[in-house]
Ligand binder design. Structure first.
Ligand SMILES: NC(=O)c1ccc[n+]([C@@H]2O[C@H](COP(=O)([O-])OP(=O)(O)OC[C@H]3O[C@@H](n4cnc5c(N)ncnc54)[C@H](O)[C@@H]3O)[C@@H](O)[C@H]2O)c1
Length: 443
Protein backbone atom coordinates (compact mmCIF):
# COMPACT_ATOMS: atom_id res chain seq x y z
CA UNK A 1 0.00 0.00 0.00
CA UNK A 2 1.11 3.61 -0.47
CA UNK A 3 1.36 5.24 2.92
CA UNK A 4 2.31 8.70 4.15
CA UNK A 5 3.39 9.51 7.70
CA UNK A 6 2.97 13.19 8.53
CA UNK A 7 5.26 14.36 11.35
CA UNK A 8 8.55 12.46 11.55
CA UNK A 9 9.36 12.75 15.23
CA UNK A 10 9.85 10.01 17.81
CA UNK A 11 6.59 8.29 16.91
CA UNK A 12 6.36 9.12 13.20
CA UNK A 13 9.88 8.10 12.16
CA UNK A 14 9.61 4.75 13.96
CA UNK A 15 6.16 4.18 12.45
CA UNK A 16 7.30 5.12 8.93
CA UNK A 17 10.28 2.77 9.17
CA UNK A 18 8.05 -0.04 10.47
CA UNK A 19 5.52 0.50 7.66
CA UNK A 20 8.35 0.14 5.12
CA UNK A 21 9.61 -2.98 6.90
CA UNK A 22 6.09 -4.44 6.66
CA UNK A 23 6.21 -4.01 2.87
CA UNK A 24 4.44 -0.72 2.22
CA UNK A 25 5.75 2.12 0.08
CA UNK A 26 6.17 5.00 2.49
CA UNK A 27 6.67 8.74 2.30
CA UNK A 28 7.44 10.60 5.51
CA UNK A 29 6.54 14.30 5.70
CA UNK A 30 8.55 16.41 8.13
CA UNK A 31 8.08 20.16 8.32
CA UNK A 32 11.54 20.79 9.84
CA UNK A 33 13.98 20.86 6.89
CA UNK A 34 17.01 19.84 9.01
CA UNK A 35 15.28 16.79 10.48
CA UNK A 36 13.94 15.92 7.02
CA UNK A 37 17.40 16.15 5.42
CA UNK A 38 18.90 13.87 8.10
CA UNK A 39 16.14 11.29 7.60
CA UNK A 40 16.43 11.51 3.80
CA UNK A 41 20.13 10.72 4.26
CA UNK A 42 19.10 7.40 5.84
CA UNK A 43 19.71 8.20 9.54
CA UNK A 44 17.51 9.30 12.43
CA UNK A 45 17.84 12.70 14.12
CA UNK A 46 17.30 11.01 17.52
CA UNK A 47 18.40 7.71 19.06
CA UNK A 48 15.96 4.81 19.13
CA UNK A 49 17.16 1.20 19.26
CA UNK A 50 17.05 -0.48 15.82
CA UNK A 51 15.76 2.58 14.00
CA UNK A 52 18.90 3.47 12.05
CA UNK A 53 19.12 -0.12 10.84
CA UNK A 54 15.62 0.08 9.31
CA UNK A 55 16.31 3.48 7.76
CA UNK A 56 19.57 2.17 6.29
CA UNK A 57 17.68 -0.77 4.81
CA UNK A 58 14.72 1.06 3.26
CA UNK A 59 15.82 4.62 2.39
CA UNK A 60 18.47 3.59 -0.20
CA UNK A 61 15.92 1.37 -2.04
CA UNK A 62 13.37 4.21 -2.20
CA UNK A 63 10.76 2.14 -0.34
CA UNK A 64 10.95 4.81 2.37
CA UNK A 65 11.56 8.46 1.51
CA UNK A 66 11.18 11.76 3.26
CA UNK A 67 9.97 15.14 2.09
CA UNK A 68 8.89 18.51 3.43
CA UNK A 69 6.13 18.62 0.80
CA UNK A 70 2.63 17.75 1.95
CA UNK A 71 1.47 18.04 -1.69
CA UNK A 72 3.87 15.24 -2.67
CA UNK A 73 2.42 13.00 0.05
CA UNK A 74 -1.18 13.93 -0.91
CA UNK A 75 -0.51 12.90 -4.50
CA UNK A 76 1.27 9.67 -3.48
CA UNK A 77 -0.52 7.92 -0.65
CA UNK A 78 -3.81 6.08 -0.04
CA UNK A 79 -3.43 6.19 3.73
CA UNK A 80 -2.10 9.21 5.64
CA UNK A 81 -0.97 8.69 9.24
CA UNK A 82 -0.99 11.85 11.36
CA UNK A 83 1.89 11.66 13.86
CA UNK A 84 2.53 15.32 14.69
CA UNK A 85 3.04 16.54 18.25
CA UNK A 86 0.30 17.35 20.76
CA UNK A 87 2.17 19.22 23.51
CA UNK A 88 0.54 20.51 26.66
CA UNK A 89 -0.75 24.06 26.28
CA UNK A 90 1.50 26.69 27.84
CA UNK A 91 -1.16 27.32 30.54
CA UNK A 92 -1.45 23.57 31.24
CA UNK A 93 -5.13 23.55 30.31
CA UNK A 94 -5.18 20.55 27.95
CA UNK A 95 -3.46 19.80 24.66
CA UNK A 96 -2.29 22.32 22.12
CA UNK A 97 -3.63 20.55 19.00
CA UNK A 98 -2.51 23.21 16.51
CA UNK A 99 -0.09 20.77 14.81
CA UNK A 100 -2.92 18.26 14.26
CA UNK A 101 -5.33 20.93 13.00
CA UNK A 102 -2.65 22.27 10.62
CA UNK A 103 -1.62 18.83 9.32
CA UNK A 104 -5.19 17.71 8.59
CA UNK A 105 -6.38 21.16 7.54
CA UNK A 106 -3.55 21.53 5.00
CA UNK A 107 -3.70 17.94 3.73
CA UNK A 108 -7.41 17.67 2.97
CA UNK A 109 -7.67 20.38 0.25
CA UNK A 110 -4.66 18.79 -1.51
CA UNK A 111 -6.33 15.37 -1.86
CA UNK A 112 -7.47 14.62 -5.43
CA UNK A 113 -8.64 11.03 -4.87
CA UNK A 114 -10.19 8.94 -2.09
CA UNK A 115 -7.88 8.51 0.89
CA UNK A 116 -8.01 7.54 4.56
CA UNK A 117 -6.56 9.79 7.24
CA UNK A 118 -5.47 7.76 10.27
CA UNK A 119 -4.61 9.84 13.33
CA UNK A 120 -2.03 8.39 15.72
CA UNK A 121 -1.23 11.48 17.77
CA UNK A 122 -2.64 11.41 21.30
CA UNK A 123 -5.60 13.79 21.49
CA UNK A 124 -8.36 14.74 23.84
CA UNK A 125 -11.82 13.23 23.45
CA UNK A 126 -13.79 15.22 20.87
CA UNK A 127 -10.86 15.96 18.56
CA UNK A 128 -11.89 13.44 15.89
CA UNK A 129 -15.35 15.02 15.68
CA UNK A 130 -13.70 18.43 15.26
CA UNK A 131 -11.43 17.15 12.49
CA UNK A 132 -14.40 15.51 10.72
CA UNK A 133 -15.96 18.96 10.44
CA UNK A 134 -12.76 20.24 8.79
CA UNK A 135 -12.83 17.35 6.31
CA UNK A 136 -16.53 17.88 5.52
CA UNK A 137 -15.81 21.54 4.82
CA UNK A 138 -12.48 21.33 2.98
CA UNK A 139 -12.49 18.06 0.98
CA UNK A 140 -12.75 18.63 -2.77
CA UNK A 141 -13.31 14.93 -3.58
CA UNK A 142 -15.57 12.20 -2.18
CA UNK A 143 -14.12 9.34 -0.15
CA UNK A 144 -11.88 11.19 2.29
CA UNK A 145 -12.21 9.06 5.43
CA UNK A 146 -11.04 9.75 8.98
CA UNK A 147 -10.26 7.26 11.74
CA UNK A 148 -8.20 7.41 14.94
CA UNK A 149 -5.52 4.80 15.60
CA UNK A 150 -3.90 5.72 18.94
CA UNK A 151 -0.34 4.57 19.41
CA UNK A 152 0.84 2.62 22.47
CA UNK A 153 4.54 2.16 21.63
CA UNK A 154 7.16 2.62 24.32
CA UNK A 155 10.11 4.89 23.55
CA UNK A 156 13.27 2.82 23.71
CA UNK A 157 11.26 -0.06 22.16
CA UNK A 158 9.54 1.97 19.42
CA UNK A 159 10.64 -0.12 16.45
CA UNK A 160 9.83 -3.44 18.12
CA UNK A 161 6.48 -2.15 19.39
CA UNK A 162 5.55 -0.75 15.94
CA UNK A 163 6.31 -4.07 14.24
CA UNK A 164 4.85 -6.25 17.02
CA UNK A 165 2.19 -4.20 18.85
CA UNK A 166 0.19 -5.70 21.75
CA UNK A 167 -3.03 -4.61 20.03
CA UNK A 168 -4.26 -2.29 17.32
CA UNK A 169 -6.95 0.15 18.37
CA UNK A 170 -8.96 2.06 15.83
CA UNK A 171 -11.87 4.41 16.36
CA UNK A 172 -13.97 4.92 13.25
CA UNK A 173 -17.44 5.36 11.92
CA UNK A 174 -17.34 4.14 8.30
CA UNK A 175 -16.85 0.76 6.55
CA UNK A 176 -14.49 2.39 4.02
CA UNK A 177 -12.16 3.49 6.81
CA UNK A 178 -12.26 -0.02 8.29
CA UNK A 179 -11.27 -1.55 4.93
CA UNK A 180 -8.26 0.78 4.68
CA UNK A 181 -7.20 0.03 8.27
CA UNK A 182 -7.45 -3.73 7.68
CA UNK A 183 -5.36 -3.43 4.53
CA UNK A 184 -2.60 -1.28 6.01
CA UNK A 185 -2.24 -3.49 9.09
CA UNK A 186 -2.74 -6.77 7.18
CA UNK A 187 0.92 -7.89 7.56
CA UNK A 188 0.59 -7.63 11.36
CA UNK A 189 -2.95 -9.04 11.60
CA UNK A 190 -2.00 -12.00 9.36
CA UNK A 191 0.22 -13.31 12.18
CA UNK A 192 -3.01 -14.01 14.06
CA UNK A 193 -1.56 -13.28 17.49
CA UNK A 194 -3.06 -9.89 18.31
CA UNK A 195 -6.48 -8.35 18.36
CA UNK A 196 -7.61 -5.32 16.40
CA UNK A 197 -10.12 -3.51 18.57
CA UNK A 198 -12.56 -1.41 16.57
CA UNK A 199 -14.54 1.20 18.46
CA UNK A 200 -16.23 4.52 17.86
CA UNK A 201 -13.80 7.49 17.76
CA UNK A 202 -14.62 8.79 21.24
CA UNK A 203 -13.93 5.38 22.81
CA UNK A 204 -10.55 5.16 21.06
CA UNK A 205 -9.63 8.64 22.29
CA UNK A 206 -10.61 7.82 25.88
CA UNK A 207 -9.01 4.34 25.80
CA UNK A 208 -5.60 5.79 24.93
CA UNK A 209 -5.83 8.43 27.65
CA UNK A 210 -7.07 5.85 30.15
CA UNK A 211 -4.22 3.44 29.35
CA UNK A 212 -1.61 6.17 29.90
CA UNK A 213 -3.35 7.28 33.08
CA UNK A 214 -3.35 3.73 34.45
CA UNK A 215 0.36 3.28 33.74
CA UNK A 216 1.10 6.56 35.48
CA UNK A 217 -1.08 5.50 38.40
CA UNK A 218 0.83 2.23 38.76
CA UNK A 219 4.14 4.09 38.82
CA UNK A 220 2.86 6.58 41.37
CA UNK A 221 1.34 3.81 43.48
CA UNK A 222 4.63 1.96 43.92
CA UNK A 223 6.41 5.27 44.48
CA UNK A 224 3.93 6.09 47.24
CA UNK A 225 4.71 2.66 48.72
CA UNK A 226 8.42 3.60 48.57
CA UNK A 227 7.58 6.47 50.92
CA UNK A 228 5.81 4.01 53.24
CA UNK A 229 8.88 1.75 53.14
CA UNK A 230 11.22 4.64 53.91
CA UNK A 231 9.19 5.28 57.07
CA UNK A 232 8.94 1.66 58.18
CA UNK A 233 12.27 0.12 57.17
CA UNK A 234 10.53 -2.19 54.69
CA UNK A 235 11.97 -2.87 51.23
CA UNK A 236 9.86 -1.60 48.31
CA UNK A 237 11.59 -3.93 45.83
CA UNK A 238 10.27 -6.94 47.73
CA UNK A 239 6.86 -5.30 48.21
CA UNK A 240 6.66 -4.77 44.41
CA UNK A 241 7.77 -8.34 43.73
CA UNK A 242 5.14 -9.79 46.02
CA UNK A 243 2.42 -7.57 44.55
CA UNK A 244 3.47 -8.19 40.94
CA UNK A 245 3.16 -11.98 41.24
CA UNK A 246 -0.59 -11.47 41.53
CA UNK A 247 -1.90 -11.76 37.94
CA UNK A 248 -4.48 -9.07 38.62
CA UNK A 249 -1.65 -6.62 39.38
CA UNK A 250 1.32 -7.75 37.26
CA UNK A 251 4.98 -6.76 37.60
CA UNK A 252 5.16 -4.07 34.86
CA UNK A 253 5.79 -0.48 35.93
CA UNK A 254 6.36 -1.60 39.51
CA UNK A 255 9.94 -0.49 40.09
CA UNK A 256 9.98 2.45 42.48
CA UNK A 257 12.14 5.40 41.57
CA UNK A 258 12.07 9.03 40.63
CA UNK A 259 8.76 8.91 38.77
CA UNK A 260 7.52 9.04 35.22
CA UNK A 261 8.69 11.52 32.61
CA UNK A 262 9.23 11.91 28.89
CA UNK A 263 7.37 13.45 25.99
CA UNK A 264 4.12 11.55 26.66
CA UNK A 265 3.01 10.42 30.13
CA UNK A 266 3.37 13.73 32.01
CA UNK A 267 1.58 15.83 29.41
CA UNK A 268 -0.98 13.14 28.62
CA UNK A 269 -1.94 12.71 32.27
CA UNK A 270 -2.03 16.48 32.78
CA UNK A 271 -4.18 17.05 29.68
CA UNK A 272 -6.54 14.18 30.57
CA UNK A 273 -6.86 15.44 34.13
CA UNK A 274 -7.75 18.90 32.87
CA UNK A 275 -10.38 17.44 30.52
CA UNK A 276 -11.84 15.34 33.36
CA UNK A 277 -12.26 18.56 35.33
CA UNK A 278 -14.11 20.16 32.42
CA UNK A 279 -16.32 17.10 32.11
CA UNK A 280 -17.13 17.08 35.82
CA UNK A 281 -15.70 13.55 36.18
CA UNK A 282 -14.71 14.34 39.76
CA UNK A 283 -13.64 10.84 40.85
CA UNK A 284 -11.20 10.32 37.97
CA UNK A 285 -10.04 13.93 38.28
CA UNK A 286 -9.19 13.46 41.98
CA UNK A 287 -7.40 10.17 41.30
CA UNK A 288 -5.19 11.57 38.55
CA UNK A 289 -4.47 14.76 40.48
CA UNK A 290 -3.07 12.57 43.26
CA UNK A 291 -1.04 10.55 40.72
CA UNK A 292 0.62 13.76 39.54
CA UNK A 293 1.20 15.03 43.10
CA UNK A 294 3.02 11.78 44.00
CA UNK A 295 5.10 12.04 40.84
CA UNK A 296 6.20 15.59 41.68
CA UNK A 297 7.01 14.66 45.29
CA UNK A 298 9.55 12.06 44.13
CA UNK A 299 11.92 14.86 43.15
CA UNK A 300 11.92 16.07 46.79
CA UNK A 301 12.43 12.50 48.00
CA UNK A 302 15.42 12.09 45.67
CA UNK A 303 17.02 15.35 46.85
CA UNK A 304 16.64 14.18 50.48
CA UNK A 305 18.15 10.80 49.58
CA UNK A 306 21.21 12.48 48.02
CA UNK A 307 21.58 14.81 51.04
CA UNK A 308 21.36 11.91 53.48
CA UNK A 309 23.80 9.81 51.45
CA UNK A 310 26.28 12.69 51.30
CA UNK A 311 25.90 13.33 55.04
CA UNK A 312 26.66 17.00 54.44
CA UNK A 313 25.09 20.00 52.69
CA UNK A 314 25.03 19.87 48.90
CA UNK A 315 26.81 23.18 48.50
CA UNK A 316 30.33 22.45 47.33
CA UNK A 317 29.63 18.76 46.71
CA UNK A 318 30.73 17.24 43.38
CA UNK A 319 28.32 14.68 41.97
CA UNK A 320 29.18 12.24 39.19
CA UNK A 321 25.82 11.96 37.46
CA UNK A 322 25.02 8.95 35.24
CA UNK A 323 22.03 9.45 32.94
CA UNK A 324 20.13 12.37 31.45
CA UNK A 325 17.56 10.73 29.17
CA UNK A 326 14.07 10.37 30.64
CA UNK A 327 14.50 6.58 30.40
CA UNK A 328 16.99 4.09 28.98
CA UNK A 329 16.95 3.37 25.25
CA UNK A 330 16.32 6.89 24.03
CA UNK A 331 18.08 10.23 23.52
CA UNK A 332 14.87 12.01 24.58
CA UNK A 333 15.24 14.47 27.46
CA UNK A 334 11.74 15.94 27.27
CA UNK A 335 10.38 16.24 30.80
CA UNK A 336 13.27 14.07 32.00
CA UNK A 337 13.15 13.41 35.78
CA UNK A 338 16.90 12.71 35.61
CA UNK A 339 17.71 16.10 34.16
CA UNK A 340 15.28 17.91 36.44
CA UNK A 341 16.89 16.39 39.53
CA UNK A 342 20.37 17.24 38.21
CA UNK A 343 19.25 20.82 37.81
CA UNK A 344 17.82 20.93 41.34
CA UNK A 345 21.02 19.55 42.84
CA UNK A 346 23.02 22.16 40.91
CA UNK A 347 20.58 24.81 42.15
CA UNK A 348 21.37 23.71 45.73
CA UNK A 349 25.06 24.38 45.14
CA UNK A 350 26.42 20.99 43.97
CA UNK A 351 28.63 20.65 40.92
CA UNK A 352 26.84 18.08 38.77
CA UNK A 353 28.93 16.33 36.11
CA UNK A 354 26.72 14.40 33.68
CA UNK A 355 27.26 11.54 31.26
CA UNK A 356 24.59 9.81 29.16
CA UNK A 357 25.30 7.26 26.38
CA UNK A 358 22.84 8.82 23.89
CA UNK A 359 21.28 11.97 25.34
CA UNK A 360 24.37 14.09 25.98
CA UNK A 361 23.81 16.56 23.12
CA UNK A 362 20.12 17.03 23.93
CA UNK A 363 20.91 17.44 27.63
CA UNK A 364 23.62 20.03 26.89
CA UNK A 365 21.20 22.01 24.76
CA UNK A 366 18.38 21.82 27.28
CA UNK A 367 20.45 22.47 30.41
CA UNK A 368 23.72 24.30 29.78
CA UNK A 369 24.39 25.04 33.48
CA UNK A 370 25.37 21.42 34.20
CA UNK A 371 28.79 20.04 33.34
CA UNK A 372 29.06 17.26 30.79
CA UNK A 373 31.64 14.56 30.04
CA UNK A 374 32.00 12.12 27.16
CA UNK A 375 32.13 8.91 29.22
CA UNK A 376 31.09 7.52 32.60
CA UNK A 377 34.61 7.40 34.03
CA UNK A 378 35.23 11.07 33.22
CA UNK A 379 31.89 12.05 34.80
CA UNK A 380 32.61 10.32 38.12
CA UNK A 381 36.34 11.17 38.34
CA UNK A 382 36.94 13.24 41.49
CA UNK A 383 33.26 13.11 42.53
CA UNK A 384 32.20 12.98 46.18
CA UNK A 385 29.41 10.58 45.28
CA UNK A 386 27.69 9.07 42.23
CA UNK A 387 24.02 9.44 41.30
CA UNK A 388 22.58 6.93 38.85
CA UNK A 389 19.64 8.69 37.20
CA UNK A 390 18.78 6.74 34.01
CA UNK A 391 18.60 2.95 34.01
CA UNK A 392 20.90 2.36 31.03
CA UNK A 393 22.19 -1.25 31.15
CA UNK A 394 25.66 0.26 30.63
CA UNK A 395 25.29 1.62 34.19
CA UNK A 396 23.16 -1.02 35.88
CA UNK A 397 24.57 -4.25 34.46
CA UNK A 398 28.15 -3.40 33.46
CA UNK A 399 30.35 -5.71 35.52
CA UNK A 400 33.39 -3.39 35.22
CA UNK A 401 31.88 0.02 36.02
CA UNK A 402 31.65 -0.42 39.83
CA UNK A 403 35.34 -1.33 40.12
CA UNK A 404 36.51 1.29 37.60
CA UNK A 405 34.43 4.03 39.22
CA UNK A 406 35.55 2.99 42.72
CA UNK A 407 39.10 4.03 41.89
CA UNK A 408 37.99 7.47 40.68
CA UNK A 409 35.61 8.79 43.38
CA UNK A 410 36.26 10.23 46.84
CA UNK A 411 33.51 8.22 48.54
CA UNK A 412 32.14 4.97 47.26
CA UNK A 413 28.58 6.17 47.67
CA UNK A 414 26.02 5.33 45.00
CA UNK A 415 22.58 6.97 45.00
CA UNK A 416 20.51 4.93 42.55
CA UNK A 417 17.28 6.88 42.05
CA UNK A 418 16.01 4.28 39.56
CA UNK A 419 16.35 1.32 41.94
CA UNK A 420 17.96 -0.42 38.98
CA UNK A 421 21.50 -1.59 39.76
CA UNK A 422 22.46 -5.19 40.29
CA UNK A 423 23.90 -4.94 43.81
CA UNK A 424 26.63 -7.60 43.71
CA UNK A 425 29.41 -5.90 41.71
CA UNK A 426 28.87 -2.55 43.45
CA UNK A 427 29.00 -4.04 46.94
CA UNK A 428 32.01 -6.16 45.98
CA UNK A 429 33.80 -3.00 44.80
CA UNK A 430 33.17 -1.36 48.17
CA UNK A 431 30.19 0.85 47.37
CA UNK A 432 27.34 1.77 49.71
CA UNK A 433 24.04 1.75 47.79
CA UNK A 434 21.20 4.17 48.58
CA UNK A 435 17.81 3.76 46.86
CA UNK A 436 14.29 5.13 47.31
CA UNK A 437 12.15 2.95 49.59
CA UNK A 438 14.95 0.47 50.34
CA UNK A 439 17.31 -0.03 53.24
CA UNK A 440 20.85 1.18 52.59
CA UNK A 441 23.19 -1.65 51.60
CA UNK A 442 26.82 -1.58 52.70
CA UNK A 443 29.75 -3.62 51.35
N1 LIG B 1 6.94 9.47 21.50
C1 LIG B 1 6.23 8.39 21.79
O1 LIG B 1 6.77 7.38 22.23
C2 LIG B 1 4.73 8.37 21.57
C3 LIG B 1 4.00 7.21 21.88
C4 LIG B 1 2.62 7.20 21.71
C5 LIG B 1 1.99 8.35 21.26
N2 LIG B 1 2.71 9.48 21.00
C6 LIG B 1 2.02 10.66 20.52
O2 LIG B 1 2.43 10.89 19.19
C7 LIG B 1 2.47 12.29 18.90
C8 LIG B 1 3.86 12.67 18.44
O3 LIG B 1 4.77 12.47 19.50
P1 LIG B 1 6.34 12.53 19.26
O4 LIG B 1 6.97 12.15 20.53
O5 LIG B 1 6.69 11.79 18.03
O6 LIG B 1 6.53 14.11 19.01
P2 LIG B 1 7.74 14.82 18.28
O7 LIG B 1 7.69 16.24 18.70
O8 LIG B 1 8.98 14.02 18.47
O9 LIG B 1 7.37 14.72 16.72
C9 LIG B 1 6.43 15.54 16.05
C10 LIG B 1 7.04 15.89 14.70
O10 LIG B 1 6.03 16.45 13.85
C11 LIG B 1 6.64 17.48 13.09
N3 LIG B 1 5.56 18.32 12.56
C12 LIG B 1 4.78 19.21 13.23
N4 LIG B 1 3.85 19.74 12.40
C13 LIG B 1 4.04 19.16 11.18
C14 LIG B 1 3.38 19.27 9.92
N5 LIG B 1 2.32 20.08 9.74
N6 LIG B 1 3.85 18.54 8.88
C15 LIG B 1 4.90 17.70 9.05
N7 LIG B 1 5.57 17.55 10.22
C16 LIG B 1 5.13 18.27 11.28
C17 LIG B 1 7.58 18.15 14.08
O11 LIG B 1 8.57 18.93 13.43
C18 LIG B 1 8.15 16.93 14.80
O12 LIG B 1 9.32 16.44 14.17
C19 LIG B 1 2.03 12.97 20.20
O13 LIG B 1 0.66 13.19 20.17
C20 LIG B 1 2.37 11.93 21.26
O14 LIG B 1 1.61 12.09 22.42
C21 LIG B 1 4.06 9.50 21.12
Amino acid sequence: MRVSVIGCGHLGTSHAAAMAELGHEVIGVEIDPDKCATLAGGASWFYEAGLNELLARHVPTGRLRFTTSLAEAAAFADVHFITVGTPLRADGRGYDIDQVLAAVGNLVPLLRRPATILGKSTVTVGTVARLQEIIDRAATVDGVELAWNPEFLREGHAVQDSLYPDRILVGLSSPAALAAVEEVFAPILARGDIEMVVTDPATAEVAKSAANAFLAMKVSFINAMAQVCDRTGADVADVARVMGIDKRIGPGGMRAGIGFGGGCLPKDVAAFTHRLGELGAVDAHGLLTAVQDVNRSRQDAAVTLVENAAGRPLKGLTIGYLGAAFKAGTSDVRDSPALRLADRLAGLGATVVVFDPEALDNARRSNPRLEYREDAAAAVAGADLVVLATEWPAFTHDADLPATAAELVRNRTLVDIRNAVVDGPWLAAGWTIHQLGRPTRKP
